[in-house]
Design a protein around this ligand. Structure first.
Ligand code: NAD
Length: 371
């Protein structure tokens, strides 16, 4: 069916291929039952692109991704690519997409579904009902800022270094996204840095305070050092609403928050750019937080729910289809409540299923809810 919703699908490697195939079933269901169709283009990225084209991301693929309304991404990587030159590694394809699409805002919700409260390594009373959003700056800081490199020293040693640099405008644009998200949630933002020991952190706090004064009066802003935030996330995670932080701290804190929810296989993410001046829609890529999981790839063991929940975020943030996003999320919750589990979230008394069984169960739940 023709559609003006252009989606670029990039499954990638390992379980990325499996969970994306499962997601296509959900997309087909929406086309059939909700007349919600997408104009889908598909290509290779990561190791699969290296195998096919000799690079982890072709220029043509990048151009198509930029032209699309949204990119739906699986995962990249695998041990067979470990010895490749740094510039050819699968992950370079993902980082290049984020950088070239200028996707500076990474949204990682950490939500504990009632049926999974027992799956967390923390006590259920600490995590049940958890619903927090970690907003990570994605285009600057330690992973991109210059200078960075490995230099030879006169005494024969080497020196490896990275730079954690942020400009006022880089902090302001992520701060604005944080305030915007908080307005649609509980109205609270915790800005996280290490202004006690890092100059980039001093500026981060100053800029956040100035932005709050100028534009964020309707939102409650507080500050926390990153090390304390890591402790608070495992001590009392429900104290947070939106956490906004830089690229490096965000990488660590979002993985920490991930484990509150029980499994990497449950965690979606969205990476957004600036809104398009004509459509108001941001450039956007949606992807599960997990990697390509080479240890279970190709065995029908992957949990597809993080991919489905990433797709639900795409429906909500790129296409304004909140009702359909709610439907996918509710079907995921129903499936978990029914006791179906992939191995990563298996619990006593539940029924273990594979990627295909989990997908069928979600489709069944969507059918029941659509009746
Ligand atoms: P990983 O997320 O792939 O796997 C970590 C562990 O979690 C593994 O035991 C895996 O089996 C399990 N797991 C992850 N997702 C799962 C799912 N959906 N269902 C069931 N179990 C799941 O991380 P890793 O092992 O550190 O990395 C593997 C490869 O993935 C590496 O090449 C790494 O560079 C790459 N990676 C890619 C991304 C990405 O594409 N966004 C993110 C992280 C890692």
């Amino acid at each position: 069916m023709a559609s003006n919703r252009k989606v670029m699908v990039l499954p990638g490697d390992g379980i990325g291929v499996e969970v994306m195939a499962a997601n296509m079933t959900v997309m087909e269901w929406l086309a059939k039952h909700k007349s919600l169709s997408f104009d889908v283009a598909q290509d290779q990225v990561g190791g699969a692109a290296y195998d096919a084209y000799g690079v982890p991301l072709r220029d043509e693929t990048l151009a198509d991704a930029i032209a699309a309304d949204a990119v739906l991404f699986g995962a990249v990587g695998g041990p067979q690519y470990d010895d490749l030159d740094f510039s050819l590694k699968p992950e370079r394809g993902l980082l290049a997409l984020r950088k070239e699409m200028d996707l500076f805002a990474n949204l990682r919700p950490a939500i504990v579904f009632d049926a999974l409260a027992e799956a967390s390594t923390l006590k259920p009373e600490i995590v049940s009902g958890l619903n927090i959003m970690i907003l990570r700056e994605l285009c600057g800081g330690s992973y991109f800022a210059e200078p960075r490199g490995i230099d030879e020293l006169p005494d024969g040693q080497k020196k490896g270094y990275d730079t954690n640099a942020y400009s006022t405008s880089e902090i302001e644009r992520i701060g604005r996204v944080a305030f915007e998200l908080a307005r649609k949630r509980d109205g609270r933002v915790t800005s996280v840095e290490k202004s006690n020991v890092m100059m980039s952190g001093v500026l981060w706090r100053d800029v956040m305070n100035a932005l709050h004064k100028a534009e964020g009066g309707d939102v409650a802003l507080s500050h926390m050092y990153a090390d304390n935030c890591a402790m608070q996330l495992v001590r009392n995670p429900r104290q947070f609403d939106v956490i906004v932080t830089d690229n490096l701290f965000g990488d660590l804190l979002s993985d920490c928050a991930a484990m509150l929810t029980g499994s990497l296989g449950m965690l979606p993410s969205a990476s957004l750019g600036a809104p398009d001046p004509d459509t108001g829609l941001p450039k956007a890529m949606y992807e599960p937080v997990h990697g390509s999981a080479p240890d279970i790839a190709g065995q029908n063991l992957a949990n597809p729910l993080a991919q489905f929940l990433s797709f639900a975020m795409m429906l909500r943030y790129s296409f304004g289809q909140g009702e359909e996003a709610d439907l996918v999320e509710a079907a995921v919750a129903d499936t978990l409540a029914s006791g179906k589990r992939t191995g990563d979230i298996m619990a006593p008394g539940c029924e273990q299923v594979g990627t295909d069984g989990m997908t069928e169960a979600v489709i069944d739940a969507m059918n029941r809810r659509a009746r």
